[in-house]
Design a protein around this ligand. Sequence first.
Ligand code: AN7
Length: 361
Amino acid sequence: MKPLLHDRGVISRYREYLPVTAATPVVSLNEGSTPLIHSPLLSERAERNVFLKYEGLNPTGSFKDRGMTMAMSKAAESGATTVVCASTGNTSAAAAAYAARAGLKCAVILPSGKISMGKLVQAFVYGATVVAIRGNFDDALRLVRELGSDGSVAVVNSINPFRIEGQKTASFEIIDELGDAPEVHILPVGNAGNITAYWKGYREFHAAGKATRLPHMIGFQAAGSAPIFHDRVILEPETAASAIRIGNPASWQGATVAISESRGCIDIVTDEEILEAQAWLAHNEGIFVEPASAASVAGLFKCLASPAPACPLSSVPAGANIVCTVTGHGLKDSDTAMRGRNYAPIEAEADISSVRRALQA
Ligand code: AN7
């Protein structure tokens, strides 16, 4: 059989930078190679070149697939038969899909009532066992750590270092495409695995001579779920951006290091700012992302209008490159996108005059 063109996920693309060997069975759904979309309107507003790394175009609709191809391949290599994760929805979707692909059993522990329907249905259709706990994500992760402690199941949360390894490939792609690292990278922060992974990727490609600079990393948390910003655990995190409703991030330390080493900052955006940015992106750029993802663009707006004292953006010259990661697809959470909006079709008879009248209304 000829080599299959679809075997081109992030492991085959960046194998030499990842902890895999010939003995690792690669479990891939062709993740990665997501578009880096130039945004003319954001660029004009920022007086810099703004690009959106559109991670919603991964196989399960979020950036989690990059880490999951690594975590699942290594779980399969180790002989695991069951994988487990806690999730606000996207990790569980990715885990369920990659486990299905690998022929492994998957169990996901979710905060009851706090997972968007799009993500919940993914866990079910890919065949995971779904447990909804009366608690939040942080409780779910604590329970998953306990489940994993006797070695009977493989934990595929980002406390699994292979997840971070896979996710760092997003930085590689950005450098490969721009020819260098951007001056500034902005992304949403929940459990803080992604900011940790991006920073690792940027550092590694810089060390390999593929980039001449390192970006300032700017993370945005939702105002009601901002433990890193406030420097304390938030016991009852709340936000409409359910993906980042996390009060005690596992990679807190990694985020702190990324922010300090890169001379970046961590800041917050309100739910209102997040939902406004979500609608703005869809309306003006044709890019529909989920609420948590819009935190990066809401954050860019904030950096321009009322920056935090430590915000590095003002020191970055005009014409520099800014990348905002938009982490997940808008269709993941259509309920939140509809909420508070008057989205209803104009009813019309199936005749031309009726339709013309509707169009003039
Ligand atoms: C769309 O799925 O934590 O800071 O369990 O789904 O690396 O946690 C999701 C997180 C941003 C935050 N955007 O990334 C989970 C989960 C979206 C997300 C984040 C998440 P991290």
